[in-house]
Design a protein around this ligand. Structure first.
Ligand SMILES: Nc1ncnc2c1ncn2[C@@H]1O[C@H](COP(=O)(O)OP(=O)(O)O)[C@@H](O)[C@H]1O
Ligand SMILES: O=C(O)[C@@H](O)C(=O)COP(=O)(O)O
Length: 415
């Protein structure tokens, strides 16, 4: 019976967390947060999984819909027997001025009857650290990083308390900061600081974290909390019920298609790198609006005739490609249609770049659950998706994750 239930606000975030949970000793399954999730989770997964991660596509939904979807996911996880919960959001705290991190966290806390939780997006291995409540991406404060220009969730501040305050009841009075010198002193010092914050009325504890060890300290300090929230790296501090290893499989033969809807800087570099040796198609919103079916058909035909080098279908290879963010949905729609047609044509492995994009693709493919393979880069792994008509191998890559050569190396990585 699953003991840990997680709600992730996007699909790449879900696989990112599942990788860490698997390493921490939880047999972990990712399920897609669709209406038929009950059916998916009520059978074999109940026996198979110690942790279930529900992958939503709620990061950019209207607040009330995101809350509703998250509460439905929570209910189903509780019915699975989960007793401890994790709300997973992006390590760059991707949200809008009104949500959805704050409202979802608060709604889950209320549903569980919890009066306090931790806010911990840091992911040091991928350069996301928190100091004095400010989130850094590499050397830059969040609002000076490329996240400032994200097409869907541009981040215009780096202060986590300031970002969170308008998203929760009680505003800044409900938020406390545990600064790094306290974290550095160890779990007991953090426990005392959290106790003082709680006595002072705080419900959300933002904690600094510069290293994985800081996150382990934090996880140990908040061990009694039934709800944790954060990026994936906080989960390193959890202790699962068994020694587990990630599954391993051979990738099926066939075209090496990358579907890249991410506009993130790391993805742009990966697209350009892959195009140096492979082939590709620049998917332009204007072409799709002019002739959606014809554009999709041309891409399918080129992808199916590609060889042993990656064929990259991409929306953005340089910052200037994003002219109008209103184009986002037609691009997602096209990449999902391409994925479906490729799968119907027998393609059994796809690399998808971008969280929203992955959500759109995997929903269209009708994948019910994902099993995790080994980590290829921090937060990135091949997965195996269960699908009527035959399983499909999917690498779902967060926008800013992965080395520059990932689109080439992924296919070579020993699984
Ligand atoms: N050139 C572009 N013009 C408009 N929207 C774009 C362009 N390139 C990507 N997008 C959109 O930006 C969004 C990127 O989000 P996502 O897939 O989550 O990537 P990431 O993981 O990098 O954030 C998607 O909705 C995608 O369709
Ligand atoms: O925490 C992270 O950074 C990732 O797990 C994640 O959620 C990234 O989201 P996208 O960049 O939108 O893929």
């Amino acid at each position: 019976m699953a003991v840990l239930g997680a709600i992730a606000d996007d699909l790449t975030g879900a696989t990112d967390l599942a990788i860490t949970l698997t390493s921490a000793g939880y047999r972990t399954t990712v399920v897609l947060g669709t209406d038929d999730m009950e059916e998916v989770t009520s059978g074999e997964l109940r026996e198979e999984a110690d942790a279930v991660v529900v992958a939503l596509k709620s990061r950019t939904m209207p607040v009330d819909r995101a809350v509703d979807a998250s509460l439905r996911a929570l209910e189903r996880l509780r019915r699975e027997g989960c007793e401890r919960f994790y709300v997973k959001y992006c390590s760059t705290f991707d949200s809008t001025p009104s949500g959805n991190i704050g409202p979802v966290t608060e709604a889950v806390m209320d549903a569980l009857g919890e009066d306090i939780t931790v806010i911990a997006p840091a992911f040091p291995t991928n350069g996301r650290t928190v100091y004095r409540g400010h989130l850094f991406v590499g050397d830059d404060p969040l609002d000076e990083s490329p996240m400032r220009h994200h097409p869907l969730t541009p981040m215009a501040d780096s202060s986590l308390p300031r970002l969170l305050a308008p998203q929760v009841s009680g505003g800044e009075d409900a938020i406390a900061l545990v600064p790094w010198p306290v974290v550095d002193r160890g779990a007991e010092a953090v426990r005392e600081a959290v106790g003082r914050a709680r006595a002072g009325g705080a419900r959300f504890v933002v904690a600094d974290a510069l290293t994985d060890q800081d996150l382990r300290t934090l996880a140990s300090a908040v061990e009694p909390f039934r709800l944790l929230t954060g990026g994936s790296a906080l989960a390193q501090g959890l202790v699962g019920p068994r020694e587990t290893d990630h599954a391993s499989w051979e990738l099926p033969e066939g075209p090496r298609v990358v579907l890249s809807g991410s506009a993130s800087r790391a993805t742009q570099g990966q697209v350009r790198h892959a195009l140096e040796t492979g082939d590709g198609h620049h998917l332009r919103a204007a072409d799709l609006r002019g002739d959606f079916d014809g554009t999709v058909a041309a891409v399918i035909s080129a992808a199916l005739s590609s060889g042993a080098t990656p064929f990259v279908v991409y929306a953005t290879a340089s910052p200037g490609d994003v002219a109008d963010t209103a184009d986002a949905s037609v691009i997602e729609e096209a990449l999902a249609a391409i994925a479906e047609r490729l799968a119907d044509s027998g393609v059994r492995s796809l690399l998808v770049a971008g969280g929203e994009t992955s959500g759109a693709v995997v929903h269209r493919l009708g994948v019910g659950a994902l099993t995790l393979g080994r980590e290829v880069d921090p937060g990135v792994a091949w997965t195996r998706g269960r699908r009527a008509g035959g399983d499909i191998h999917l690498m779902l890559k967060s926008g800013n994750f992965g080395g520059e050569d990932l689109f080439v190396r992924a296919w070579e990585a020993a699984l």
